[in-house]
Ligand binder design. Structure first.
Ligand code: AMP
Ligand code: ZN
Length: 486
């Protein structure tokens, strides 16, 4: 591994730990993916900007990365604990749509969001419903010693594994008292491995199993797919949002322990070596959540004229383990910061540099700061300050700054070398007049000013203003106009 020692915060030990892959130079990473019953909200997307930062950091350190993200298209109930209804079934019924169409539609929307955020594709997308046979085989293996059957299906008895809930540090019973407690469970924290379809009810998604016709529990899929593609011996890093630290991941760990025959003699076994969690994106009402309605999607930002990488920059401006408050002002401030960066970059000469070549000595200092920041548990705010300083350092040749920028772009994914100023213009999708019309008026105004016809020039500015376009003479960022956001 290159550069500074890499330390990552392991939620399992609640401490920073030195990281190196268990096997060779390839880190194996599993990220809990979205439940595709609706658009991802900005909070969900923070989770994938975080995993992308992790992935890019590992690559920056010279490691290969095998990264799996799953798509949850079955089993996730309205409560993370085992209660309520399947989110997918509920959404499909509400929309009056075929559940498979709903899943395909929101999966595609999610992948578009990631592309807009310049999040790298994982090595493997792993879809839950493609793994039903694997899940049944896994469940069959753990059932005799760890599970019991009741009317509603096959349940995992959490007292059969050592130290259940250690990751959460407290057994959470969230949801159990609020929504349909399941009758017949031995312990409140026991969870469904297989949910039998209720008598007389047909689910859109259901399969035959030794425990009757039904569908797998949500936690099962992540154990099955992570161990199938990255295990069965402990893989390197498992990620998710901090809500998963409380229920979903402790349940995965319990299943992994059961599957791998872990006993009291091996209490540290969890299936993964590091468990990493991003903190929440919150708004003034609290944690953003899809199911609560009133969420903000990335597309809604784009439609309002905000470049999606401004949202990425906003995420990077906070450490992933801190809460981040979302507001229009915050994302507009990030957009302004992005514009400044792009403006500076556009002034650099175009000649591309060989990014494979050794970094010129003059920029070593900045790359060391980038390395020190990222190696310190992905400290992106520190990395961003190093980027600002690199771009501001007039003692460097433009070529050197560009060479540095290639590395910062690869590590932070801001795409500063590709996006252009016009793309960053605040331009709501619904805004009128069109961009061409604005440009034509501005040309005309330019001519009026050149002819010292200031009355005409002011009239054009006022007319644009009446149409919601603010002309900004002398804008230090040299954006000539913008459309005001509410
Ligand atoms: P879901 O689609 O609900 O399974 O969630 C996808 C990912 O987003 C999971 O890793 C969640 O932990 C994460 N997540 C959900 N809400 C938020 C939020 N407000 N801020 C950050 N991450 C979140
Ligand atoms: Zn998961």
């Amino acid at each position: 591994m290159n550069g500074a020692p890499l330390t990552l915060f392991n939620s399992f030990s609640r401490s920073l730990e030195p990281f190196a892959p268990a096997q060779g130079d390839v880190a194996r990473v599993y990220s809990c993916g979205p439940t595709v019953y609706n658009y991802a909200h900005l909070g969900n997307l923070r989770a994938y900007v975080f995993t992308d930062t992790l992935r890019r950091t590992l690559a920056f350190k010279g490691l290969g990365v095998r990264h799996v993200i799953n798509i949850t298209d079955v089993g996730h109930l309205t409560s993370d604990a085992d209660a309520g209804e399947d989110k997918m079934e509920l959404a499909a019924a509400g929309l009056g749509k075929d559940i498979w169409e709903v899943a395909a539609f929101y999966t595609a929307a999610f992948k578009r969001n990631l592309a807009d955020l310049n999040v790298l594709d994982p090595t493997l997308w792993s879809v839950a419903t493609d793994h039903i046979a694997d899940m049944i085989a896994f469940a069959g293996k753990i059932a005799p010693d760890h599970c019991y059957e009741i009317d509603s299906g096959l349940y995992f008895d959490v007292t059969t594994v050592p130290d259940y809930g250690r990751l959460a540090r407290a057994v959470s019973e969230e949801g159990e008292s609020r929504i349909d407690p399941v009758t017949g469970k031995r312990n409140a924290a026991d969870f469904a491995i297989w949910r039998r379809s209720p008598q007389g009810e047909q689910r859109q998604m259901e399969w035959d199993s030794p425990w009757g016709r039904g569908a797998p529990g949500w936690h099962l899929e992540c154990s099955v797919m992570s161990l199938k593609y990255l295990g069965p011996e402990p893989f390197d890093i498992h990620t998710g949002g901090i809500d998963h630290r409380e229920i979903h991941h402790p349940n995965e760990i319990a299943q992994n322990q059961a599957y791998c025959g872990c006993t009291d003699a091996t209490p540290g076994f969890t299936g993964a070596r590091f468990w990493m969690h991003n903190n929440f994106l919150v708004d003034r009402q609290g944690k953003m959540s899809k199911s609560a309605g009133g969420f903000t999607t990335l597309q809604s930002l784009i439609d309002a004229g905000v470049h999606p990488l401004a949202y990425r920059l906003l995420c990077l401006s906070a450490h992933y383990r801190s809460e981040l408050e979302f507001s229009t002002e915050a994302v507009l401030a990030a957009l302004t910061r992005l514009k400044r960066l792009v403006l500076t970059v556009e002034r650099l000469p175009l000649a591309s540099v060989d990014s494979g070549a050794d970094a010129p000595a003059a920029i070593r200092l900045y790359l060391d700061r980038l390395d020190a920041g990222l190696s310190d548990d992905l400290n992106t705010p520190v990395a961003l300050t190093a980027l600002d300083d690199l771009l501001a350092d007039k003692s460097l040749s433009p070529e050197d700054r560009r060479a540095g920028l290639e590395r910062f772009d690869a590590a932070l994914g801001l795409n500063l070398l590709r996006i252009t100023r016009p793309e960053l213009r605040l331009r709501p999708a619904t805004a009128s007049p069109t961009e061409a019309e604005i440009e034509a008026s501005l040309d005309e105004r330019q001519q009026a000013r050149a002819a010292r016809d200031f009355a005409r020039s002011d009239a054009i500015r006022d007319s644009l203003f009446a149409q919601g376009v603010e002309v900004m003479d002398g804008d230090p960022l040299r954006w000539d106009w913008r459309i005001a956001l509410d």
